[in-house]
Design a protein around this ligand. Structure first.
Ligand code: AMP
Length: 304
């Protein structure tokens, strides 16, 4: 993997990539969810360009950006193993130099649900993703279903700002007990780690009820919330059934739907979601296999 830290080196490395490019933006502290995005990009594109940047503008005043988990050496080794061609890992001042003052604001989509709990969060996400898309000019950009509302915000900005890239959504990667993988999971101590499954248990109960014919929004939201309310280590933030695309409230639980949940467990804020409807996710994470890129092996052989 070629590691670049400034815009000039990024432009040069980007220019050297042949064929289609898949962008995978991350904040590092990599786990299987990030690697599924890299694999999905690697399976469909000739080269993968990944970014490692803990974006300060998407953290609220009460959120500690300095405490976000970081492991750059480990992350770069994982990118290397996964076949990433270029990793862009800039310092903050490379992305936000003195005088920076533009914000990309996506509007209603960014203001509801997670956006209501974290005011300004999606403005920070939209701004940095718009910059990364311009800096890397990918054919496709890969995002995880885990952050469903984020995928809607980014789809919207790509359309509204005429960004010539496709947005690809990769399904959520989970631990064996169902917990959605997250960089924040490493903060969950022993008992909190067990308790953290209350989010996915609620989602699964709601899906089971929907499968059994329940179409009442309140009943489904109550089903999501129940295991979280029953968990002494957890505090529910929201359990919400929404239109999957607009994130608006719905009168009846007909597809396409997003079941969205956020809670604190042992002091760690976790989010998760489940989707009901066709074609909402582009790549099922279970179907992307680790890849030893043949193009890379060929090139390495050719270099000898
Ligand atoms: P982050 O580093 O948390 O900003 O995440 C970078 C990208 O990885 C985002 O597009 C996330 O949605 C995606 N991602 C994070 N966790 C998962 C997961 N468990 N499964 C699939 N994608 C994920």
């Amino acid at each position: 993997v070629i590691v670049v830290r400034n815009r000039a080196d990024l432009a040069a490395a980007r220019g050297d990539l042949q064929g289609s490019v898949g962008l995978v933006p991350t904040m590092g502290a990599l786990h299987g969810g990030h690697l599924a995005l890299v694999r999905a990009a690697g399976a469909a594109q000739e080269a993968v360009l990944a970014t490692l940047f803990v974006n300060p503008t998407q953290f609220g005043p009460e959120e500690d950006v300095a405490a976000y988990p970081r492991d750059e050496a480990g992350d770069l080794a994982l990118f290397e193993q996964a076949g990433v061609a270029v990793a862009f890992a800039p310092p903050v001042e490379e992305i936000y130099p003195t005088g920076f003052s533009t914000t990309v604001r996506v509007g209603e989509l960014a203001a509801v649900v997670e956006g209501a709990s974290r005011p300004g969060h999606f403005d920070g996400v939209a701004t940095v993703v718009a910059k990364l898309l311009h800096l890397t000019r990918p054919d496709s950009a890969y995002f995880g279903q885990k952050d469903w509302q984020q995928t809607r915000v980014i789809r919207r900005l790509v359309e509204d700002l005429n960004v010539p890239a496709r947005v690809i959504v990769v399904g959520t990667v989970r631990e064996p007990d169902g917990l959605a993988m997250s960089s924040r999971n490493r903060w969950l101590g022993g008992p909190a780690r067990g308790a953290a499954t209350c989010l996915v248990r609620g989602l699964r109960e709601a899906i089971a009820r929907w499968d059994a014919g329940e179409r009442g929004v309140d009943a489904l939201e109550a089903a999501i919330a129940a295991p979280i309310r029953a968990e002494p280590m957890a505090q529910l933030d929201y359990a919400s059934v929404r239109d999957a695309h607009t994130l608006r409230p719905v009168a009846r639980a007909d597809p396409p739907l997003a079941l969205l949940v956020a809670a604190r467990v042992g002091g760690v804020r976790l989010i998760d979601n489940a989707l009901i409807g066709e074609g909402l996710v582009d790549v099922d994470a279970r179907h992307v296999q680790p890849r030893h890129p043949p193009w890379r092996r060929r090139r390495e052989r050719g270099a000898h």
